[in-house]
Design a protein around this ligand. Sequence first.
Ligand code: MG
Length: 343
Amino acid sequence: MFGCMLLRWSPYTLELRQPFTTATQSRTATPAMLVEVEHEGLVGHGEAAMPPYLGESQASASAFFAAAAPLLASHRDPFLLEDVLRDSDALAPGNTAAKAAIDIALHDWVGRRLGAPWHRLWGLDPRRTPVTSFTLGIDTPEVVREKARAAGDYRLLKVKLGRDSDRELITAIRSVSSTPLIVDANQGWTDREDALRQIEWLASQDVRLVEQPFARDRLEDTAWLRERSPLPLFADESCQRLSDVPRLAGVFDGINVKLMKCTGLREARAMITVARALNLKVMLGCMTETSCAISAAAQLSPLVDWADLDGALLIRNDPFEGARIVDGKVTLTDLPGIGIVRR
Ligand code: MG
């Protein structure tokens, strides 16, 4: 139908190469939705990746898309991204991954129509992409040693902490690898004196930063820790959307921006700008995702200090090819839009 924007969606299950374990959960698959926006015969691709602990599901996303479809049909011009995405955000609270899927698909459509990738449309230098970390999930010391050995090409490893065996885990990695580490406590620490001692020890193990030491709302304790910590503290669970950023200045040293938390590229870019204005560092992160959402996020990566964009490497059934990790660095392509092709 000429002049109309069509939204299509289908469930997709991301199969993990290895069970993924953090302080709070363990799983072998991630539910996702693949989305297409079609307009004037051209298709843009998007994706919602929904780890269950974040509260979205294929059912909730389907319901959101069913509500968004008439909205997209009524907006006749995908170039009016600001209007379409503002209205999509206003349809219902939450649903940030479903909203991100629409945001990504619209950006992909616009870039494809213009014949240019978004990093070019934003004026970003693809040579300035950051090093990306590769995540080692919580496991036995033997398995973690094996994983650390296998990740030899990466220049930065990320380790999920927040259990009693944290030091054992780091020691196991250090017995086989001298690659710098970043650690993510995933809100798992409770006592601030213990947290400080832990960070002081981690600093002696060439750990470069600590993500989300305490529960998301414990900003006073985080600020106390930051004043004393030899390592920078980054907000993940404490930083979901743009409106969260201002209150994190002076509490954390940086924020972890993820498309699935913040409704997509439009808001992620604004978060990076605001963070910069507040002198906060920026990490660009991800869930387990296909190369669709990863390549979309990668378009922004020349703007950030750190990337944690290994999500597509953790799944075995990626239906797309896009931005890749080469020699530990995010590597963009010249493909238009978000830079993907179907496998
Ligand atoms: Mg995190």
